[in-house]
Design a protein around this ligand. Sequence first.
Ligand code: B1M
Length: 215
Amino acid sequence: MEPTLQAIFDSIIEGDASSIAAQVTMALEANLPPAQILTEAMIAAMAEIGRGFEEGEYFVPEMLIAARAMKTGLAVLKPRLVEADVPALGKVVAGTIQGDLHDIGKNLVCMMLEGAGFEVVDLGTDVSPERFVEAAQGDGVNLVAMSALLTTTMGNMKATLAALDAAGLRGKVKVMVGGAPVTERFAQQIGADGYAPDASRAVAVARALVEALGA
Ligand code: B1M
């Protein structure tokens, strides 16, 4: 791996939040594309942490400090991923579903959507179906974006869809789902309108869904 990217990768694995901002800045100054820094160093490091956790090599504290370093690095990268002054393509209400506290992937999706010109209302993590409904009733909202990382609570996506349905919102807003355990098939089974496997494809799916709504 390119040495600058390797240093970022290592800092996330080691949970070294104090070095990562300078390292990401250095990578940007060396003209490495932000998407390459994100994918090859940062997301790759989180995947490695996940593999280590699965194999009993890392534990929750390691995941936490890696996530903190990842967030510090993302804060530096964000302005380069998000272009300013893009006319709003639509308004998205986004959140991680109830019972789930993972927010790095959801934050990335929000950043990419903002970068593409969507207005994003980020509800955070552990978002109840009622909270999604309340936010989706807001002015101009045409897309609900739900993220899930846990197989144990991903069923809450279905509960949220049912709540949106019960509130009569399915004609007004489209619903996109994603997150590591979510698949196209699962999305279809629960009746979501769209699924994206990663943050950049989430932008294309969001565009298509909002267009289909005639927004
Ligand atoms: Co947790 N965790 N975690 N964790 N954690 C996973 C998800 C896990 C797979 C690890 C493992 O076992 N290998 C496992 C889930 C297993 C399962 O459900 N089958 C797990 C577990 C078990 C847990 C706990 C239960 C551990 C415990 O306490 N015993 C606990 C649960 C807490 C809770 O939520 N209630 C827990 C806690 C945590 C931390 C708090 C320590 C920390 C989260 C910190 C944070 O987010 N602020 C954490 C972390 C860091 C992870 C791993 C290591 C990394 C997740 C991550 O940030 N990935 C993760 C292992 C892994 O994923 N390999 C793991 C990087 C991120 C960029 O990817 O989120 O997948 P991701 O997002 C991608 C795509 O999925 C997609 O785009 C993103 C970018 O391309 N995407 C969307 C995401 N949302 C989308 C929405 C869309 C479209 C695309 O449309 C709306």
